[in-house]
Design a protein around this ligand. Sequence first.
Ligand SMILES: NC(=O)c1ccc[n+]([C@@H]2O[C@H](COP(=O)([O-])OP(=O)(O)OC[C@H]3O[C@@H](n4cnc5c(N)ncnc54)[C@H](O)[C@@H]3O)[C@@H](O)[C@H]2O)c1
Ligand SMILES: [Zn+2]
Length: 689
Amino acid sequence: MTQPDPTIRDEAVRLRAELDDANYRYYVLDEPRLTDADYDRKLRRLQEIEAEHPDLATPDSPTQRVGAAPAEGFPEVRHAVPMLSLDNAFDEAELSAFVKRIGDRLELDGETLAFCCEPKLDGAAVSLVYEKGRLVSGATRGDGRTGEGITSNLKTLKSIPLKLRGKEWPDRLEVRGEVTMRHADFEAMNDKAREEGGKVFANPRNAAAGSLRQLDPRITDKRPLMFTAYQLVQETMSLANIDTPTHSGQMALLREWGFRTSRLLEVVTGSQGLIDYCRRLGERRDALGYDIDGVVIKVDDLRLQRELGFVARAPRWAIAYKFPAQEETTRLNDVEFQVGRTGAITPVARLEPVSVAGVTVSNATLHNADEIARLGVMIGDSVVVRRAGDVIPQVVRVLEEYRPDGAREIVFPERCPVCDSQIERLEGEAVARCSGGLYCPAQRKEALKHFASRRAMDIDGLGEKLIDALVERDWVRTPADLFRLEAERLAELPRMAKKSSDNLVAALEKAKSTTLPRFIFALGIREVGEATAANLARHFGTLEALMDADVEALEAVEDVGPVVAAHVHTFFLQPHNRETIEALRAQGVTWEEEAVAERPQPLAGQTWVLTGTLESMTRDEGKARLQALGAKVAGSVSKKTACLVAGEAAGSKLTKAEQLGVEVIDEATFMVRLAAWEAGETVEEEDET
Ligand SMILES: NC(=O)c1ccc[n+]([C@@H]2O[C@H](COP(=O)([O-])OP(=O)(O)OC[C@H]3O[C@@H](n4cnc5c(N)ncnc54)[C@H](O)[C@@H]3O)[C@@H](O)[C@H]2O)c1
Ligand SMILES: [Zn+2]
């Protein structure tokens, strides 16, 4: 033992203060500032110092304690058997050392011992107490001796049995396990919170711990939490009932009693068995769909576990093999703006490359402008990056205390970085979008797929794969290019025989004669669906009139509100969109102008309702065609309803119409009448008698 010099003493004091603060933020606030990797490094360093200078160790050092004291607002629950932490192994050599240590202590060959291996789920530890098969109490780990009573919250988890299955359970038993959140559920919950301005969590662990410690169980109930059991606490039960002398045997019992346990649990032998398991699980880590931060290894024989016992904060019979951390700190060098296939603009963080969970990360998503504001991030900042599973790496928080002098604000562009079209961001929407639609190379494939689709230009035989191939070869950039394709050239494409090329050219020729509603719909203007396109066509009569309409004129159209009006207006303001339309006309695309005034409106003054599923058209299309005939189309049946069109599986609207004596027609009748009206014929309505 060496005499500690003052700088070491200072370091120990500083580390203790930092770790205490980190524990409070992590366990009480569920809002850590340090990354786990930084925390683990600091704790290791403190352990080293205390091992080398035992006189520097204090009984209240973070190396001696578990978690943090329970927070106020919850009843305190004393654990009959303390809930401990686990010692860590950071590499394979430390695993072998663990096996040797255990063997030495038990005076046997560690390499012959059976170990139970299971994923170390990264969530929040809880304890559940059952009496006579019923859940009576649930608590957090707290500081290991006393936890927070959160029984009502835990009762909202579907994976926690309120009543045990089977019969062979003892009168009183305690089950411990981890509450976690799957990546997909976590992302969905955060996306929703971002949209609604709610609380966004940095990672699933914080989300799980934070959700469990809500004062209102109704909030917990809305959170997608999952409980996985990992321990049956022996000391609290009448052992006479249970004859399973291994940990793995107890896990099988827990499954029978209705608990979820890890399907990846395995019993292996000796250090090579452990190392192989850890390697295999490490390879599967990214594909699991939930966070694990390592492997928990336990001596399987419970008698040997008892013989080994505990040290201050952890059992001797178990160890946690740690995987590389999923969050690391690095520098934000710049932000670039990417355009998605539907025009959404995503700010992408360019990072100082950093290894996160075993992969080098140099880009991460910043989602949108709101997220940048929420994070308060600037270029030059130190940021925490998280990479978990196959979710795109994300910037989860900023270490503001390290902000350099030259830090720059992130400026959202006004024009698309790919095509220079105006970027639109509507009030109340988080996402900004390029308005370049048909013109923007980033959106080309999607725009062409929409253009060619059945309800738009209806180009037979021009499927998604073919469009991908045409764009990738750069044969087609704009919709007008489609009409320049030649059969000979098309036949060069893989899986395109001469016959299908000829057919496609014929289909393109046929598609050139279209209708104004279809053409407007095909342009892919944001939020302009079939019905809106039909309304616009009917209202303005010609494309020119529509293109020249201002926002006010657009808002006068049936079913067009300020949002759609703004989208339409911005679309036609873009010179390249006008050029695209010109080019299509030059290729011979034509339609009949909608005769605005002259067209007969036999249904003027009538209100119609559509219900159930229609076979021959979408409900939107039915609505648009009725509106074109002058009808108003309503969402519910009333005495004023002139006629109800009842498709397949019509429900309450049909009943209501029958009660009110409203005329009801089926799809076949509807089709016949539509065709007649559209042809300008009069329709004989059924006699009321
Ligand atoms: N970022 C921070 O500021 C900060 C602060 C404190 C702690 N931490 C993190 O927490 C870790 C320490 O946490 P800890 O004291 O909970 O110990 P631990 O994470 O090292 O291990 C004990 C815990 O493992 C969990 N566990 C998961 N699967 C298990 C299984 N199959 N069997 C048994 N236990 C299982 C249990 O919840 C148990 O309480 C640190 O290594 C650090 O990564 C981070
Ligand atoms: Zn663009």
